[in-house]
Structures are given as structure tokens and as C-alpha cells.
Design a protein around this ligand. Structure first.
Ligand SMILES: O=P(O)(O)OC[C@H]1O[C@H](O[C@H]2O[C@H](CO)[C@@H](O)[C@H](O)[C@H]2O)[C@H](O)[C@@H](O)[C@@H]1O
Length: 324
């Protein structure tokens, strides 16, 4: 089984926080690495487990394929990363699972040979004919720009008008908080405060958002990397999206499938948990600091991710050479 048991103290975790040891002291990165070993340093071990299995690759976008930057509209991925993802997607079914709207993440990634799940998995497109998912109400059959028959899955469609109303109110009420950005992610909303200069303004922004959202009980507020995220209260997240994609791509009954998920943020933890529940696969956290996580393996940053993806594609094409 390609899977390491989670440290027992990490179960039922609600958010990512710095990891503490038994004495309540912050863990060093090196001791954390003992529990979440580098997927690069242990590449051969990982790929020995993967040998003969059907690998499916899931990739988060921000902080995984692109470095974190101040301006969310400038979070470009490098050409080298694009080329590595393209190669990986030629070798294995590959999906990008992002908090951003599907269209926006496609604008950054620009690859046609990967699947996209935007809005934290609330906007997924897959080829027609594959999905046996019972929630027909939220599936729309369509023909894409290449003439392919596809299915769009939108479990939160009913919330769209309210989301637009929330965005309007948020924009009106937060104009005085310099540096704040309200990002329309289609089925969810992100409130950015990375560029808000002082902590008092961040606190005021938080209070404004909380106060507005009291009027919208069907929505939840969660956190991320210098963001607040507003999501409709539907039982759906990146973990459910991974399950949906595996099923839609025909891997639901396969005992041979090995999902590999690379992500850096709190919302990726839902996907890590699902892979743990499947009992096979590699939940890999991208982090240069020790933090509580359900992931088994780690990579330090997008540069590590790039090296890992290049090696992964090379392993598929030249397994013997890569394994030497
Ligand atoms: O699921 P993801 O693809 O990781 O998306 C999560 C959020 O990522 C973006 O925000 C983060 O990256 C920005 C650009 O580097 C950075 O400025 C921000 O502070 C980060 O939180 C994106 O803008 C959000 O909409 C996504 O929800």
C-alpha cells in the first residue's frame, strides 16, 4: 500500500496550524520531515509502491504550481512548470483542483490535456459518458470549444445569484480598506488581505466580512493564505471533487488506482483526507514550514514540485533508467 499512517495527534484537524511536539513546543522543519518525508528524497520508494498501479495526478494551483505573490492576478506559472504538467498529463490522467474559478485557472494553466475543477471543486468538467454520479440535477451536458461532449458538474448552482449579491455588498463595504481585494471565484468568493498594510485594518476587514455574512446563513467563512473565503453551505469540497473525478474518469471500482495529490493550503487537506480514506495513494503537502497536515509526504515549494513532476514523467517514460 502506497500510504503512510497519519500521526495520531493529527486526526479531526480543522485547520492548518504550526505543528507542536508532545511538550507543546513548535516542531522544527527537520523533525516534521521525519513524519512527512520529502517526496523527492524518497522518490524511488514512492515509485516502487506505484509500480504497476494506475496513477491519477491531482494538482492544486496557487502555492503549488505557481509561487505565492501579492497580486492574485499576477500568479503566473512558469513555462517550465507548464511544460512539466503537460508531460505529466500525457503520462497519467491529471486534474487541476483550485479555489479559483475554472476559467481563471485555465487562463493561467492554458493546457488542454488536463481536467479542471474550479471553485474548490464546485465547477468540474469531465468527458461525457464516463460519470455514473447520481446527482443528475447538477450535471449539464455540453459541447466544448473543441467539439467534445462534456459534462459540467455544478453542485452549488442555486447559490449563484446570492453570490453575486454578496460580492456587490462586499465591494461596497470594503472600499475603505486599502489593499483589500474581493475576488469573484464563480461559486465562491475570496477576500484578500495580503496587501493590507496594518493589522488593525485586517481586523476591521474581518469584522466587516463577518457582519455582512451574518445576513447569509447559507454560507460559510473559512481561511487560507492571507485570505478569507466565502463558500456556499453545500457538502462539497476538494476531497469530494477528487472522488467525483476518480469516478468520472472510470477509476471508482479500480483497486489498482493510486491518486497523487499535491497541494499547499487548508482546503487541500480535504483531498488528503479522501486519499487516506481510499487507503492508497500519495497526499503530498507543499510547505517550507512544519504544519499540521493529513499529508504523508512533502515538497518544500513550487520549485520542488517542478522537479518532482519532471521526474514523475521521466519515470513513466524511462522507468528503468529513473529507478537506477
Ligand atoms: O486552491 P488554490 O488554487 O491554491 O487557490 C487558493 C486561493 O489562491 C489564490 O490566493 C492565494 O494566492 C495568491 C497569489 O499568489 C495570493 O496573493 C493569496 O494571498 C493566496 O491566498 C487565489 O487568488 C484565491 O482566489 C484562491 O482561493
Amino acid at each position: 500500500m502506497g500510504y503512510l499512517s497519519p500521526p495520531s495527534t493529527h486526526s479531526n484537524m480543522k485547520s492548518i496550524s504550526p505543528t507542536k511536539d508532545e511538550k507543546g513546543e513548535l516542531c522544527s522543519y527537520d523533525s516534521w520531515l521525519g513524519k512527512h518525508p520529502s517526496a523527492l528524497d524518497n522518490f524511488e520508494e514512492v515509485m516502487n509502491i506505484a509500480e504497476g498501479k494506475e496513477i491519477v495526478v491531482f494538482l492544486d494551483y496557487d502555492g503549488t504550481l505557481s509561487p505565492i505573490v501579492d497580486d492574485p492576478d499576477q500568479a503566473y506559472m512558469s513555462d517550465a512548470m507548464r511544460s512539466a504538467v503537460r508531460e505529466v498529463a500525457y503520462c497519467f490522467p491529471t486534474a487541476i483542483v483550485s479555489g479559483r474559478s475554472k476559467d481563471k485557472v485555465y487562463e493561467f494553466v492554458k493546457l488542454r490535456n488536463v481536467y479542471y475543477a474550479g471553485s474548490h471543486g464546485m465547477d468540474i468538467s469531465t468527458p461525457l459518458g464516463s460519470s455514473k454520479y447520481e446527482d443528475q440535477k447538477h450535471q449539464i451536458k455540453a459541447v466544448d470549444e473543441k467539439g467534445n461532449h462534456v459534462v459540467h458538474f455544478h453542485p452549488a448552482t442555486d447559490f449563484l445569484p446570492t453570490i453575486q449579491e454578496i460580492i456587490k455588498v462586499l465591494k461596497e463595504k470594503t472600499t475603505r480598506i486599502k489593499g483589500s481585494i474581493i475576488e469573484d471565484n464563480m461559486f465562491c468568493v475570496t477576500i484578500h488581505y495580503r496587501r493590507v498594510k496594518n493589522d488593525e485594518d485586517v481586523d476591521v476587514l474581518r469584522e466587516i466580512v463577518k457582519s455582512i455574512m451574518k445576513g447569509y446563513p447559507n454560507f460559510n467563512i473559512s481561511g487560507g493564505r492571507k485570505v478569507m473565503e466565502i463558500r456556499p453551505n453545500v457538502n462539497w469540497d476538494k476531497g469530494r471533487a477528487v472522488g467525483y473525478l476518480l469516478e468520472s474518469l472510470g477509476f471508482d471500482n479500480s483497486n489498482n488506482v493510486l491518486p497523487m495529490y499535491l497541494g499547499d493550503d487548508k482546503t487541500d487537506e480535504d483531498a488528503f483526507k479522501v486519499i487516506r480514506q481510499i487507503g492508497r495513494g500519495f497526499p503530498i503537502i507543499v510547505s517550507s514550514i512544519a504544519k499540521d497536515t493529513e499529508a504523508s509526504y512533502s515538497l518544500r515549494d513550487p520549485a520542488d514540485v517542478l522537479t518532482f513532476l519532471i521526474r514523475l514523467a521521466k519515470w513513466k517514460k524511462e522507468p528503468v533508467t529513473e529507478n537506477k
